[in-house]
Design a protein around this ligand. Structure first.
Ligand SMILES: Cc1ncc(COP(=O)(O)O)c(C=O)c1O
Length: 394
């Protein structure tokens, strides 16, 4: 769709769901901010101070929110702590937290720490197959003594897309606050966070939004909560018109902007500015359509040519996100062998090779070539040579 706008590493890049590549435009945005720093030094803040708010209209369209319901700030982990510090309000017996056993660990670390503070349990929905979660199993945990549930939109390992509308409704019927982690769905799948009445959400921008390693993440707070005081306030979340009055008390900014905490790098924010451009131009619906075509094609090729592997990503369009995960006992070795041959997937424990055919820059031919190389590897068993070359980060 926009391949020529990206500066892709050599070979076939299938890891954009881990770290999206840089585009020419993003590079130019970052260079512009560097130049401003060089030319204006501290005076640069006159423009940079409100940059996060100015990104909100495009961001809002990606998650189905109003612009004032979203803000670019923090990391997922930090934002999650901040939102739990605000919306996790255990009262009496209604104090437990629910998540899934397949959530990304940082979410579970944050949730557990808040549950521990309140002598509450973190209850995890089990997985029947080790890769996916049945909505029914999550629903069974949404009991009267639960105060908050955190839902992943797309599971980071298998790529399963959960039914957020259904789960949010069920949780709200029991008076349970609903938070959402959209790390693996933002920029790949459309969301309806406002209409579905989700209470809060978090995401990062370094995956499908291509904002760069460690770029600031983002969060959503439903407007029904705009009168709530942030649990972890900071001066960037103070009303920006009055921030430099330096008053000793916090005057809450409007909407999600109130959840900013401290100073953000305009250079890092430039990555978000640049990354959002193709999304503003194409719209998330068209991007999702192309993503579905690519993943469909990829799964079809895998089925046809790679009988030794099992696709653990659900097949139904409504149940899968933007990446495809295949299972093989030597997944880590296959992943290393692919990387050595110029194809970049990643490995996720214990036995998954995870590959994202990204709508903005991957092509059907790249998927065909990837399957061909995998076929050769499985046939020759050349991947076994990598047994003593395992690394920590793949
Ligand atoms: C679902 C999910 N949550 C959280 C994170 C990481 O959070 P942070 O941005 O705080 O590093 C990731 C990173 O891949 C993720 O996939």
């Amino acid at each position: 769709m926009r391949r020529s706008e990206f500066i892709l590493p050599e070979g076939i890049y299938l890891d954009g769901n881990s770290l999206g590549p840089i585009s020419h435009f993003t590079r130019a945005c970052m260079e512009k901010r560097l130049q401003e720093w060089q030319d204006h030094a501290v005076k640069g803040w006159e423009d940079w101070f409100t940059l996060p708010e100015r990104l909100s209209p495009t961001l809002a369209a990606l998650v189905g929110a109003k612009p004032e319901e979203v803000i670019t700030t923090g990391t997922i982990t930090q934002n999650l702590h901040s939102l739990l510090g605000t919306f996790y309000r255990p009262t009496g017996a209604k104090k437990h937290i629910v998540a899934t056993s397949l959530d990304f660990p940082t979410d579970l670390y944050a949730l557990k720490s808040w549950a521990d503070r309140h002598d509450a349990e973190l209850r995890l929905a089990p997985s029947r197959d080790g890769y996916t979660i049945e909505e029914e199993d999550l629903e069974n945990l949404l009991t009267d003594d639960v105060a908050l549930v955190l839902l992943p939109v797309v599971l980071y390992a298998s790529g399963q897309l959960l039914d957020i509308a259904r789960l949010t409704q069920k949780a709200h019927e029991k008076g349970i606050v609903v938070g959402v982690d959209a790390a693996h769905s933002i920029g790949s799948v459309p969301h309806q966070l406002h209409d579905q009445q989700v209470d809060f959400a978090v995401w990062c921008t370094y995956k499908y939004l291509n904002a760069g390693p460690g770029a600031p993440g983002g969060l959503f707070v439903h407007e029904k909560h705009f009168d709530v005081m942030p649990g972890l306030p900071g001066w960037w979340g103070n009303d920006k018109h009055t921030a430099f009055e330096m008053k000793p008390f916090y005057r809450k900014g409007h909407g999600a902007a109130a959840y900013q905490t401290g100073t953000l790098s305009p250079i890092a924010l430039a990555g978000v500015e640049g990354g959002l451009k193709p999304f503003a131009e194409l719209g998330i619906e068209a991007i999702r359509e192309r993503s579905l075509q690519l993943t469909e094609h990829f799964m079809h090729l895998i089925d046809e040519h790679l009988p030794e592997v099992e696709i653990v990503t659900p097949r139904a369009q409504a149940r899968r996100g933007g990446h495809v995960s295949i299972r093989h006992p030597d997944a880590q070795l296959l992943s290393l062998a692919l990387r050595d041959r110029g194809i970049i997937p990643d490995f996720r424990v214990p036995d998954l090779v995870r590959m994202a055919p990204v709508a903005l820059y991957n092509t059907p031919e790249e998927l065909e070539n990837t399957v061909q190389v995998l076929r050769e590897l499985l046939e020759s068993k050349a991947y076994l040579e990598y047994a003593n070359k395992k690394t920590q980060v793949v």
